[in-house]
Write a new protein. Structure first.
Length: 238
């Protein structure tokens, strides 16, 4: 698994004529795993990781710096908090989801700024569990050039993290997109990743479900409702 992904990343960079990779390091397990794989693929001199706090939990930045230090990565801090706060001042009031989704979209813009500056590819960190149910921000953390772990369920990412010797505190940390204070992935989705992975695995492989019908129906509904997020914009063909 690890060798295949590393080879795939290397091939994608070579095919595009890019010089390297830039990615956002959030302090979570997914970005830590992808950073380790990207370093193995292109080398530490051709990889830049960005810390992009945006009114974020200070612990996330500490965790991101821990990963960067352990992996000996080139890093840069771009604090987007003031940009985000000023942006909200010129917009009308809205629900927390609308405000929260601005954060990954600001990060996407920042990543592409550095990608254009350095002739790098923007490397995404989404996993299969999140992508299948649309648990990402369209044109935010979904706005990337490559997705190395998009065919791995969350449980597989955890296994790979252990193999890559990612710090244990990062592996066991409660996943969060950091869209608002106290937000967690499992809390927002209303289902644990273990449950989600099992339902999706059985759904994708046409196996009998063992979870309760309410949770299965919820996951299938999330999958269908998020289809537009997994494909490009629809075109009206004349």
């Amino acid at each position: 698994m690890k060798i295949k992904i590393i080879s795939w990343i290397k091939q994608k960079v070579n095919d595009s004529g890019a010089k390297g990779i830039v990615l956002g390091l959030s302090g979570g397990i997914d970005s830590a795993v992808v950073a380790a794989l990207a370093k193995a693929a292109v080398g530490k001199n051709n990889l830049l990781v960005l810390f992009m706090p945006c009114n974020s939990n200070p612990q996330d930045l500490k965790d991101a710096k821990l990963v960067a230090h352990k992996l000996r990565l080139k890093s840069k801090l771009v604090d987007l908090s003031a940009v985000y706060n000023n942006f909200l001042k010129v917009l009308p009031g809205a629900i927390s989801l609308a405000r929260g989704n601005l954060k990954p979209r600001l990060r996407m813009s920042t990543l592409y700024y550095f990608a254009n500056k350095l002739n790098y590819l923007v490397c995404g960190t989404g996993n299969k569990s999140e992508l299948l149910v649309g648990y990402f921000t369209k044109y935010g953390d979904g706005g990337v050039d490559i997705l190395p772990i998009a065919d791995l369920f969350k449980r597989q990412v955890r296994q790979l993290a252990k193999e890559l010797k990612i710090p244990q505190d990062i592996i066991t940390k409660a996943p969060t997109a950091g869209l608002w204070h106290g937000q967690t992935d499992e809390g927002e989705m209303g289902i644990t990743y273990n449950e989600l992975d099992d339902i999706l695995d059985r759904f994708c492989n046409h196996k009998k479900q063992v979870a309760g019908s309410k949770k299965v129906d919820k996951v299938i509904r999330m999958y269908k409702n998020s289809e537009h997020k997994r494909k490009g914009a629809d075109i009206c063909h004349i």
